[in-house]
Design a protein around this ligand. Structure first.
Ligand code: SF4
Ligand code: SF4
Length: 254
């Protein structure tokens, strides 16, 4: 019952947001999944990402569950980002407005849980908004993987049932929720069938190769876009490798 109410709350909040806030960006129905806060994979993130990556219980001492969600962009936004080296202005607005959507959604979830007698700990949508080291050590895409929202692609993004063009968020709560079953099969065509690599072909700064990903070169490209759209706010993004590729809007292996 609580699980369904949380899903419905997130879905209706996201679907109403464009009308409510008169944003330039629109979003599709989000995906929501739950993880057990004591899932052993959380400890693995200290090895995979960094020893300082937080456990759910380091954010909320009596944590029982983690909620992860994926908010897909409407298709016109990735389509606007197909051409050229720099990201489109629509893609930039989508980044900024989705950050605000995630902040607002998380506030509404805090209220939702408080009213039901539970507590929760929300985390910011991006590292850029984070001033506390504790919270920056929280990778939404790895949390979403543990919660069963999808599988990683060659482009190092999470591919969900609704693709990879959108944004991820996650929060920790002391409410006990039924964990979502993680998918077993790969969602990336290259990982499952050895074909595709469209994301590698689309990379505009030679950051992404078949077997390697150069974070520094990728971030260099993101900073180029940030300076191009500096009047909009922080837009250190690119997204060309996720734009109109087989995994942009769905799981291409299904
Ligand atoms: S574009 Fe193709 S190879 Fe790249 S992540 Fe998506 S499915 Fe995998
Ligand atoms: S975000 Fe841009 S620079 Fe980074 S891997 Fe993707 S296409 Fe390349």
């Amino acid at each position: 019952m609580l699980d369904n109410n949380i899903k419905k709350h997130i879905e209706s909040y996201v679907l109403d947001y464009n009308n409510f806030k008169k944003t330039k960006t629109s979003w599709k129905k989000p995906l929501v999944a739950f993880a057990d806060a004591n899932d052993p994979l959380f400890k693995e993130l200290k090895k995979i990402i960094s020893p300082s990556h937080c456990l759910p219980t380091e954010l909320l001492s009596d944590a029982k569950s983690v909620i992860a969600y994926f908010i897909p962009f409407v298709e016109s936004i990735p389509k606007s980002n197909i051409h050229g080296r720099n990201c489109s202005i629509e893609w930039s607005y989508a980044y900024i407005e989705t950050n605000q959507l995630i902040i607002d959604l998380n506030k509404s979830l805090e209220k939702f849980f408080t009213e039901k007698g539970f507590s929760c700990k929300v985390t910011p949508p991006t590292h850029n908004f984070d001033e506390e080291k504790l919270i920056s050590d929280w990778s939404h895409k790895h949390i979403a993987f543990i919660a069963g929202l999808g599988k990683f692609g060659v482009h190092h993004l999470l591919i969900t049932k609704k693709g990879c063009c959108g944004r991820l968020g996650s929060i920790v709560t002391n409410a006990k929720l039924v964990p979502t079953k993680r998918p077993e099969k790969e969602f990336c065509l290259y990982k499952s069938k050895g074909i595709c690599l469209e994301c590698v072909k689309k990379c505009v700064n030679q950051s992404l190769k078949e077997q390697t990903y150069n974070r520094h070169k990728c971030y260099e490209m993101c900073l180029e876009n940030d300076s191009l759209y500096s009047e909009l706010g922080t837009t250190d993004i690119c997204g060309k490798c996720s734009t109109i590729v087989p995994c942009s809007f769905n799981n291409p292996t299904k």
